[in-house]
Ligand binder design. Structure first.
Ligand SMILES: [Zn+2]
Length: 317
């Protein structure tokens, strides 16, 4: 695989010979890999270049790719769709092949900035616990390896509360106990409930399909009546005034029928479907909560617990 530090080896001219760059699949992946790899802890320009030589990446002259090439590539905003020329930046026509967040994180690392606070590592309780005193969200801070939640509101009542902080594991314990309560003791009862809810949904859906079809047919009939009316007007069979009155009333009927069709979607069926989903989610969550990662836990908390309250030194779920 031949390469240089110039973007030209990553992009080919497009099929029509236009002066526009389209990514070359062979080299594009190597460039992406350089950016991703460089961000990993312990990686440097040297180690990335070594890795690239190991996988056989060469310059256009067939020499093993030097560190200086890797460095230039990592610095170039060309890969996020920006052309730099005489110190100015211009939007380019090329397809970006590196995500902007990735490119920016690489620039930070190249310039010796400390990595931004990991957005990925979300405390699972973020945004799901409410201060019982003022109703605002409890925010979480890492201290000595543990997350502590507190209400940041400058409200006197919140500032002066006896228990300012709540530990994450206290909340998690309360959540787990609640999940255990949700766990249905009998698998067969659970299956029966889900099945009967499911069949209700299906019946409702069948019924809905029929009503929907009838409604559509009516709309079509009105439309063809409206067309005939228009022909009559053109042929001078009816007056303009008569046409307008009749046409308006047809349009009104269609509007009403269309509104009715839209409302079919969002009624009982959706609520039942949601019910089944919640039931199944609660069962899975109760069994496997501990094995979930922070993001998944947070999703479960948002879906299943409407209100986790931080009150005194405890939480209510
Ligand atoms: Zn508060």
């Amino acid at each position: 695989m031949a390469t240089g530090s110039s973007p030209r080896w990553v992009y080919d001219r497009d099929d029509h010979g236009k002066r526009i760059h389209v990514p070359n699949p062979a080299t594009m992946n190597s460039v992406r890999a350089m950016f991703e790899l460089y961000l990993k802890p312990g990686q440097s320009i040297e180690s990335v270049a070594a890795k690239m030589r190991e996988i056989g990446l060469t310059t256009r002259n067939g020499r093993p790719i030097p560190e200086s090439h890797v460095h230039k590539i990592l610095l170039n905003p060309f890969y996020i769709g920006i052309n730099r020329f005489n110190g100015q930046e211009y939007p380019g026509a090329q397809t970006p092949i590196v995500r902007r967040e990735v490119w920016e994180a690489v620039q930070d690392k190249l310039h010796g900035k400390r990595p931004k606070k990991q957005v990925r590592h979300n405390v699972s309780l973020k945004g799901v616990v409410t201060c019982a005193t003022c109703g605002s969200q409890v925010s979480w801070q890492l201290q000595k390896g543990r997350y502590y939640g507190a209400c940041q509101r400058r409200d006197e009542r919140c500032k002066n509360r006896k228990y300012k902080y709540i530990r994450e594991d206290v909340v998690q314990e309360a959540v787990k106990q609640e999940l255990e309560r949700l766990l249905c003791p009998s698998q067969s009862i659970l299956e029966w409930v889900v099945e009967s809810m499911q069949s209700d949904v299906e019946k409702a859906a069948d019924n809905r399909a029929e009503v929907e079809q009838n409604t559509k047919a009516r709309i079509e009939r009105i439309k063809s009546m409206d067309e005939a009316l228009y022909d009559d007007k053109l042929a001078g069979v009816i007056t303009q005034e008569r046409y307008e009155t009749k046409h308006e009333s047809f349009m009104g009927e269609i509007k009403t029928l269309e509104l009715a069709m839209a409302s079919f979607d969002s009624t009982v069926t959706e609520r039942k479907r949601r019910g089944i989903y919640m039931l199944e989610l609660s069962q899975r969550a109760a069994k496997y909560y501990d094995e979930k990662d922070d993001d998944e836990k947070r999703q479960i908390l948002i879906e299943l617990f409407e209100n986790i309250m931080f009150k005194n030194d405890a939480v209510s779920v």
